[in-house]
Design a protein around this ligand. Structure first.
Ligand code: HEC
Length: 117
């Protein structure tokens, strides 16, 4: 074989390796794992919800104000479905945040992760 044929084979091999690495990285960063989703939800809650809600066990809510997320998570009536439905509708005194379905999933996974069993 000529030198240029070897060069082509080498370049081809590098491309295949690069493509495999890309696919792996892409899978790793996808928010499909529940724990990734919950941490994305935590970040969203810090940015959007903390102003009114106590969003985790370390923040303090205002008394008589919006319920804190730990309390919401531990209510028997709270389910993934009830949270998603709630986040799709706007409620009194809560500004109409535009929450995409993905973000609603992340926030839901986060709130449910606060549930103590
Ligand atoms: C401007 C203040 C404010 C912000 C910001 C806010 N909320 Fe609320 N939220 C409230 C109030 C007040 C209530 C209770 C009254 C009501 O349901 O309308 C409430 C209720 C809730 C409930 C219902 C709890 C129950 O009783 O079942 C959930 C869940 C909730 N909020 C989630 C969120 C999430 C998630 C965010 C951020 C994306 C957020 N809230 C941002 C004020 C706020």
């Amino acid at each position: 074989m000529t030198r240029s044929t070897w060069l082509h084979i080498a370049i081809g091999a590098i491309c295949v390796v690069a493509a495999l690495v890309f696919v792996r990285l892409h899978n790793a960063s996808g928010a499909t794992l529940p724990s990734d989703s919950a941490s994305a939800g935590h970040r969203l809650a810090e940015a959007w919800c903390r102003e009114c809600h106590a969003i985790d066990a370390t923040t303090v809510g205002t008394r008589g104000g919006p319920p804190d997320f730990v309390a919401v998570a531990n209510r028997a009536s709270t389910t993934a479905l009830s949270l998603k439905v709630f986040l799709k509708t706007s409620h009194q005194r809560m500004p109409n945040l535009i929450i995409t379905p993905d973000q609603a999933d992340d926030l839901t996974n986060y709130i449910l992760s606060l549930k103590r069993d």
